[in-house]
Design a protein around this ligand. Sequence first.
Ligand code: ADP
Length: 595
Amino acid sequence: MKKILSVILALALMMTAVLAVADTSYTATVDSQIGGVGAVTVTVTLADDGSIAAVTVDECKDTPGICELPCEQLPAAMVAANSINVDTVAGATLTSNAILAGVKAALENGGVDTTALMEKKEIVVEKAADETLEADVVVIGAGGAGLAAAISAEQNGAKVIVVEKMPKVGGNTILAGGAVNAVEDRSEFAIKQNDSVYWHYWQTLNGGDWQGDPELVMTLVENAYDGIQWTKELGMEWLGEDAVFMVSGGLWPRAWKPAGMASAGFFETYGKYIDAHPETMNLMLNTKAEKILTDASGAACGIIATGETGNTITINAKSVVVATGGFAKNVALRQAYDSIWGILDEKVMSTNHEGATGDGVKMLQALNADFVQMGNIQLLPLGDPKTGSLSGNIEHGVDTRIFVNKSGLRYGNEAGRRDDMTRDLFAQEDAYMWIVMDSDTYPTGDEVNNFGETANQLVEAGRAVKADTLEELAEKMGVPAENLVATIAEYNRHCIGGDLENQPDEFGRTLFGPAIDNGPFYAGARVPTVHHTMGGVRIDTQCRVYNENGEIIENLYAAGEVTGGIHGSNRLGGNALADTIVFGRIAGESAALCK
Ligand code: ADP
């Protein structure tokens, strides 16, 4: 009897504990536009007086590199403001919205009236004092090119300050798949690949319709492999030759892959270097450059920036590197300059981060800098239909996948140039296509795509479909099964063992991997998306900036997407990250060594 009583007592105590927790903590799982169905799970705990005591993001399946900051900052902001109506984190709006919606849903599902908690509370931030800092080199932008420049400047003896307007480093570079085109000339591997620095040079110029500056292109291709070695010396790990592949629109299998997750490895590596050099390197986040300062002779000599609290920060420096990236997120600017598409209004989404607004263009225009080929804007046929982002893409490389339209039919050369592939897609119903592949590169479905997402995760989140047979796959895609089956049978004829010479592909494709015949099969939908603004400020091979009179603006350097004239009318896939490493390094060295 005693035993039974003590068990009942213990059970009663446990029940109370559970009820106490259940009384104040509420959990919900919600969808996110990036991570798809059920991507974000949050728990919110209310104190006895109904105020928000704690918020945790238990799970977030949004893109690594974007999702960390809102997961960290929003819970603290909600507790501090005692409100669900707090500002989203710049550069991570969609993840922020999902977290806020999750907290609201958790409370409402638990029967809590959220009216008071939805009130916007003004958080007054005290403005910090204006300040003036000194450096040898100031770098504007902490994306790929900016951080490569900053480190290279430091390695060449400079004291460096980097300003980044967003709350985090990475820019567009961190959103990329990580592929870097590079050839070690005359190496055994290059010979085996039928590749050479000169072939990379020729393809880059030809792929951009010979609009690229040959000297800049030669600088890019000659230094790309060395650039990878430089990142290795800094501690970055890369996959070996076996992993070298042809990235979409890369036109040749010469893209090296970082060992870690997509492009995040660059920033881990660069971040470690910066952390290890606190005496000589200062990275200032939430600090937006507004103006490049010049001395009486017109040479660059610093910048004026706005700090996190709205204070003015003046940085005097011997030289300035502009690495502000492109303007694909600035609809007005891209419409004003676009000379290729004629349709780049807000309906066409973009792969870019929110900070890609072309600030560098404005700051450089104020110095009468010369701009080249600003109308050359690159679109990709590979955007997520909801967000335009690159992530969520089921494909690995070019050779293992095809594109089919809403009728289940192939419509173009999937191994072609990026502009051609995008034009082909615009010509399809709703400018909408499916990437279709089999299990060759996803033997279990737990293998990752180029963005660290497993095939199973993409399927679970509703961002891809999977089926054992092509007929079932067609049903899930909503395309006519007989068309998809016939399309793939025809495609498979050209795959390994096919006779391309006598039976060429009807769309002119020449790169074919193994047949698509190894179920289960996968398909993921994609739409056109604005990707890279290839025009920009005119530089020479030392990354010095020209003015409109063809003269060098002394002590001013630029690298990365803000520059123009390298990629011509169409950039090869895999050349942008190479560009950030190669020209970032050169800009840093030039800026450190200038008089
Ligand atoms: P790239 O590596 O080609 O230069 P990214 O897009 O990777 O291009 O990086 C550009 C970086 O510059 C981004 O992180 C962006 O937020 C930053 N940036 C853009 N404008 C400014 C500005 N006015 N002040 C500070 N940083 C800026």
